[in-house]
Ligand binder design. Structure first.
Ligand code: NAD
Length: 517
């Protein structure tokens, strides 16, 4: 262990102790039925993303833990639904107050394990609060509807929770995705079993514990940690789980949807992206360059909505890409704990190797590096982990792997287009459809192009503006279903249609009767 890993380990030990997770052999890595529990299955090793050295071990939860978690959620959920809707909202607000004073240690815990800049982790904790407050407000506003049917019946629709839902999240924004899915699930009246990524196991447990202890019924939210193939598969296959909500890669998403289909359980899939960022020649280029930079390099490109394909009108292509490459070289890449760091390492070796391979293959296929393409050269020697400098590639064609596959790293490819139709064609030339942006001052063109993009979220003269109030999700290989806003809430309940005869004498039709149509 070099000095940096030792320091990270000491800080991690302090934080695990602070949150009551420290254990004799391995730390507690599950929050199940109101208790912190260590797993007892396979050992999982966490690697320090900064140094690439072993940091800590814990144990996979395994199928038995999933069973306990699902049973606890099934037991707690009716108690939750027995409360009035307003009381559930009050309890959610009370629950989020449980995080008060714990924001900084939570951010530090995430920063060490995920290798994420501390300032990004602080922002993520803020999002947890925002999501709970927003969905707490929905608890007593989930009105049903009255349908003006053609018979003497009163027909009304109410929204019924699934019971227990299963959620699976990735490593790139663990606290954000945890709250993003927990809050609407609870607001709709469900109990939850959530499995975070095995690479970032701790903050979701801490959040669940703080929330539950501050105001939720015991066992309503359960967090189990372990590998996708063991704990994850046990969760997707568990008979108590009425719906699966998955945030992660298209490859795993397919397996989750298949597991759901085997039991005829519906799923929401929030998957990856290959989002186009389109710059027309009339755009305010200062803004477009700053926007393009934030779109791809924030979170070291490990963002589902990363603007990874920059499409620039040919007349300003040279200027925009040159300015962007110079700007990329100015981004402070460094240790996650440093306040000045804007970009840390990638989170894990698999991701690092994938990104490096994608860059090397692109160069071998004829792409040209304007900047980056490897490790930054001004890092401390001990920071031998998963750092990649902000990278810009040009001379890319749409048929190259780098233009079609998700890189999920700090790699921007830039392609030139000739006119509006060419821009739209290139933008939509992908199996993904998560997000996209248009930079231009011609209002009519901006809306025209936005309307033609096959993407769940489109920005005009902006990038990455995201709110829990606005629906989010994909087309194509970016998944299906929606999160955030009312659409995200509706994913967690089923409409039930209730028919009440109001005529003085009930006339029960044999067959469809006169009410048809
Ligand atoms: P991943 O698919 O490898 O893993 C995601 C989660 O799925 C992890 O918890 C993993 O343990 C679990 N898992 C894997 N196989 C499983 C199986 N067979 N059964 C059950 N669970 C299983 O993804 P990742 O590498 O952790 O995350 C990166 C991906 O997530 C990228 O593609 C990124 O675009 C995507 N992502 C999407 C969004 C969105 O909102 N659309 C948000 C963040 C990340």
């Amino acid at each position: 262990m070099n000095a940096l890993t030792q320091r990270a380990r000491a800080q991690l030990d302090d934080l695990l102790a602070h949150f009551g997770l420290a254990g004799d052999e391995v730390p507690a890595s599950n929050w199940v039925d109101g208790r912190l529990l260590a797993g007892d299955a396979e050992v999982i090793e966490l690697i320090d993303p900064v140094t690439g050295e072993a940091l800590l071990r814990y144990r996979d939860a395994g199928a038995e833990m999933v069973e306990r978690a699902a049973e606890a959620a099934a037991k707690a959920q009716p108690q939750w639904m027995a409360l009035t809707a307003s009381e559930r909202g009050r309890r959610m607000n009370q629950a989020i107050s449980g995080l008060a004073g714990q924001e900084e240690p939570l951010a530090r815990l995430e920063s060490i394990v995920a290798g994420k800049p501390i300032r990004d982790c602080r922002a993520e904790v803020g999002k947890v609060r925002e999501m709970f407050e927003y969905y707490a407000g929905w608890c007593d506003k989930q009105h049903g509807e009255v349908i003006p049917v053609a018979t003497s019946h009163l027909n009304y629709v109410r929204y019924v929770p699934y019971g227990v839902v299963g959620q699976i999240t990735p490593w790139n924004a663990p606290m954000f995705t945890c709250a993003w899915q927990l809050a609407p699930a609870l607001a709709a009246g469900n109990g939850v079993v959530l499995k975070p990524s095995e690479l970032t196991p701790f903050t979701s447990i801490v959040i669940a514990r703080l929330l539950e202890q501050a105001g939720l019924p015991r066992g309503l939210i359960n967090i189990v940690n372990g590998l996708g193939t063991s704990t994850g598969a046990a969760l997707t296959d568990h008979p108590r789980i009425g719906k699966l909500v998955f945030v992660g890669s298209p490859q795993s998403g397919r397996l989750i949807a298949e597991a759901g289909a085997r039991r005829l359980v519906p799923s929401v899939l929030e998957l990856g992206g290959k989002s186009a960022n389109i710059v027309f020649a009339d755009a305010r280029l200062d803004d477009a360059v700053a926007g393009a930079q934030a779109a791809i390099y924030a979170a070291a490109g490990q963002s589902c909505v990363a603007g990874s394909r920059l499409l620039v009108e040919r007349s300003v292509f040279e200027e925009v890409t040159t300015r962007l490459a110079r700007a990329a070289e100015q981004i402070p890449v460094g240790l996650p704990e440093d306040e000045a760091t804007r970009m840390g390492p990638l989170q894990n070796r698999r991701q690092f190797e994938h990104v490096m391979r994608m860059i090397d293959d692109a160069v071998a296929a004829g792409a040209r590096l304007l900047t980056g393409g490897g490790r930054p050269d001004d890092l401390p020697e001990e920071a031998a982990g998963y750092f990649i400098a902000p990278t810009v590639l040009v001379d890319v064609t749409s048929d190259m792997a780098i233009a079609q596959q998700e890189v999920f790293g700090p790699v921007l490819i830039a392609m030139a287009f000739d006119d509006e139709a060419d821009a739209v064609r290139l933008a939509n030339e992908t199996r993904f459809g998560l997000a996209g942006a248009v930079w231009c001052q011609d209002v009519a063109r901006a809306h025209r192009v936005a309307g033609q993009l096959r993407a769940g979220t489109v920005w005009i003269n902006s990038y990455k503006a995201i709110s829990v109030m606005s629906p989010f999700g994909g087309f194509g290989e970016s998944g299906f279903g929606r999160s955030s806003g009312l659409d995200g809430l509706r994913e967690y309940s089923v409409p039930q249609s209730v028919w009440v005869e109001t005529a003085p004498e009930a006339s029960v039709a044999f067959g469809y009767g006169s009410g048809v149509g």
